[in-house]
Design a protein around this ligand. Structure first.
Ligand code: GDP
Ligand code: MN
Length: 387
């Protein structure tokens, strides 16, 4: 079946988490949640933890790592510790991993570029801190000692909601299936945040003689001029991921010299949710890729997000078989959500929380506004492949 390698759910429906952890062979993994956040986001941090604890971690008790370039206050640490029975660590992000290189920071150009992005209305473009955050997640978070000591991490953010009970251990299931990176949402990037990212990626590919054109690369890069595929807008939103994966797994034959005609299609893993192995970022290719991007200045002359950077960097260094799509994890952050019940032809057993099952079963009355939040992502502008 097309895309089955990335697409299969590990389990359909609910399992008994206690029986699950007692099954022969089950091994708790060397894994942690990771959240970069600030003291003033405490309320939203606790909301995320409440949801995660209720729907997953009360059974699995994986530890949390909180990172910040400013020390966390006593109050923050206390309230967070009170929100879970699992271990919690608080880490400081070092200046060299957080700040732009000194010569960049001290140049007048730096401030000008940031201000100009604000003037041009680029989302978050005028926020120096947002640029630092994107650079941090692109190239340095995995080096932090509290992260680096783990084999696996699960990235979380303030103000996240998980809708369905996750009654198995995603780390363990990924481990035994040789998966390395997992997502819940694929979305299109705002073009003006990354106008030169693919040009730089292209020059990196050339300099290092990296072989491209394989299925994972094809998820993110189209060969536009030669074979214009059916515009995604013409495809039923629920079928878009399947279409992308189908294109990726049945790529048109590409000759070496066609590479110049390729373009980034702006599709990326929405990285505020990630479950992945820490060491994928320590590969020679990913490291060199980040260094190339850093040297190009794009983390401040433009507002490259860590999401397109992870997506393209991993497309250079992983195989499509390494990727897992957690279609069975109900996830919402800000205005975007992934709901398993929206999968084309999905049966309600994917939604394991009775309260939410009821919401998805009926579009009526009091649930209507919540339902709309879940259906909004089907619009062509926002979402590629959540269905
Ligand atoms: P959005 O989801 O793209 O709107 O971006 P967010 O504002 O949620 O930022 C992404 C993540 O980085 C969240 O976990 C934030 O708490 C965190 N973050 C963003 N900026 C900073 C910052 O300046 N310092 C710290 N410590 N965390 C930040
Ligand atoms: Mn966020």
């Amino acid at each position: 079946a097309v895309g089955s390698k990335v697409d299969d759910v590990f389990f359909a429906g609910c399992r008994d988490p206690f029986a699950y952890t007692e099954q022969a062979g089950y091994q708790r993994q060397n894994a942690t949640f990771v959240m970069l956040t600030r003291n003033n986001e405490l309320k939203d941090v606790l909301a995320t933890m409440r949801s995660l604890e209720r729907h997953f971690n009360q059974w699995f008790m994986y530890p949390y790592v909180f990172l910040n370039e400013d020390p966390f206050t006593e109050e923050f640490q206390e309230r967070v510790r009170d929100a879970t029975a699992a271990d919690v660590s608080f880490g400081l992000v070092e200046e060299s991993d957080w700040e732009f290189p000194r010569d960049v920071r001290q140049s007048a150009e730096f401030k000008e570029y940031i201000a100009d992005q604000g003037d041009r209305g680029i989302m978050y473009g005028n926020m120096e801190s947002y640029h630092k955050m994107c650079r941090f997640y692109s190239g340095t978070f995995f080096k932090h000692p509290l992260v680096a000591r783990n084999r696996w991490y699960w990235r979380i953010e303030p103000d996240v909601e998980f809708f369905c009970d996750i009654t198995y251990d995603p780390f363990y299931e990924m481990e035994i299936r040789n998966k390395k990176y997992a997502f819940t949402v694929l979305i299109r990037e705002l073009y003006w945040t990354v106008p030169n990212l693919f040009r730089q990626t292209r020059s990196f590919v050339r300099e290092h003689g990296i072989k491209v054109g394989h299925p994972l690369w094809r998820v993110f890069v189209d060969e536009r001029k030669q074979h214009e595929p059916e515009p995604l807008e013409n495809i039923d939103p629920r079928d878009r991921l399947a279409a992308l994966i189908s294109r990726a797994t049945n790529p048109l034959p590409i000759e070496e010299d066609k590479f110049d005609n390729e373009e980034y299609n702006l599709c990326h893993f929405w990285t505020n949710f990630e479950i992945a192995r820490v060491d994928i970022f320590n590969s020679r290719i990913y490291q060199a890729y980040f260094e190339h991007l850093e040297n190009s200045g794009g983390f401040w002359t433009e507002r490259w997000g860590d999401a397109p950077v992870h997506s393209l960097g991993l497309a250079l260094s992983l195989k499509i078989e390494d990727i897992h799509y957690f279609r069975d994890i109900g996830y919402q952050h800000s205005t975007l959500a992934h709901c398993p019940a929206n999968r084309a032809g999905a049966q309600l057993p994917y939604v394991t929380n009775p309260e939410h099952a009821r919401i998805f079963a009926s579009k009526s009355s009091r649930s209507a506004s919540i339902f709309r939040r879940f259906t909004r992502f089907r619009s062509p502008e926002t979402e590629y492949g959540v269905g």
